[in-house]
Design a protein around this ligand. Structure first.
Ligand SMILES: N[C@@H](CCC[C@H](N)C(=O)O)C(=O)O
Length: 283
């Protein structure tokens, strides 16, 4: 029987199975299937997906993200904070600032230590948001943006703002997130033909110019407790549409994130990450 060592971690409840490729070897062609199997709550470990931590020839570490349907994503904000905690707390680096390569680009993570000298919070420089339709990708004029544009979804109109944080997001401002049928509407927007690679969908209630309430339907994983790239995209959408100032406290189901869209054009995300358990998966 093959044995796969793993750690389960979460960032505000957005939980993944982490595999350390400095110690474990997986074949490329089996990755989607393993992601589906480990994520299954009944016959696997149970998670929103699987994240691989490995060496990079361009950065200090490389992160690869698989949703729980087996699709590979280009970025994951909660994953980046968890990877930063993993590599520091487990002694893979002694640097408190380092770079992580993702399919969506290279980002810089800075760890903030608690009294126990372990990582308590992580700030990630997520880079500049990309707004052009070709960056999502999204049908239409490739060099135009999508800001408060009407999208018809099975007879109902939604006003969306599209933001790529390495991965694609459709942000929708609502009066009251509690009234939104996230599980009913989310998949229809995720699979809308205007998004050829599907999309993550965020429903945002503005509390005041520095605070929002956030709900998400994630591409490839469904409803999750939090989405770091989604929180960044929501803040960017709110700032672009002049609903929010540049520093935003985002209330997600699993807790809070601080997002800043700095004058330098980069988005900074600060929040926690936690280990849940270590184990061996029989495969
Ligand atoms: N939960 C993540 C995003 C994971 C990938 C996403 N579902 C996609 O397919 O793009 C986050 O914290 O950003």
């Amino acid at each position: 029987m093959n044995r796969l060592k793993f750690s389960k971690m979460h960032g505000l409840g957005n939980n993944y199975i982490y595999v350390n490729l400095f110690e474990e070897t997986l074949r490329e062609e089996e990755l989607p299937e393993i992601a589906v199997r480990v994520s299954n709550v009944n016959t696997g470990i149970g998670s929103d997906g699987m994240i691989l931590i490995g060496p990079s020839d361009k950065a200090d570490f490389r992160m690869r993200v698989f949703n729980n349907d087996g699709s590979e994503a280009k970025n994951c904000g909660n994953g980046l904070r968890s990877v930063a905690k993993y590599v520091y707390d487990r002694g893979l680096t002694d640097k408190q600032s380092f770079h992580i390569e993702t399919l969506g680009g290279i980002v810089e993570a800075k760890v903030h230590l608690g009294d126990d000298k372990r990582v308590k919070l992580v700030t990630v420089d997520m880079g500049a948001p990309r707004l052009l339709k070709k960056d999502l990708p999204m049908e239409g004029d490739p060099n135009s943006t999508t800001i408060l544009e009407t999208l018809d979804v099975q007879g109902t109109s939604y006003t969306i703002t599209a933001v790529s944080m390495g991965n694609p997001h459709a942000v929708i401002f609502v009066e009251d997130v509690e009234q939104v049928d996230v599980a009913g509407i989310g998949p229809n927007i995720e699979h809308h033909p205007v998004f050829p690679e599907r999309v993550n969908v965020e429903f945002i209630q503005v509390v005041n110019r520095g605070e929002i309430i956030f709900r998400v339907w994630e591409r490839g994983s469904g409803i999750t407790q939090a989405c770091g790239t989604g929180a960044c995209a929501a803040a960017v959408a709110g700032i672009l549409t002049e609903k929010l100032d540049r520093k935003v406290l985002v209330h997600l189901l699993g807790g809070d994130l601080e997002i800043e869209w700095n004058e330098n054009g980069h988005v900074y995300m600060t929040g926690p990450a936690e280990f849940i358990c270590d184990g061996v998966f029989y495969r």
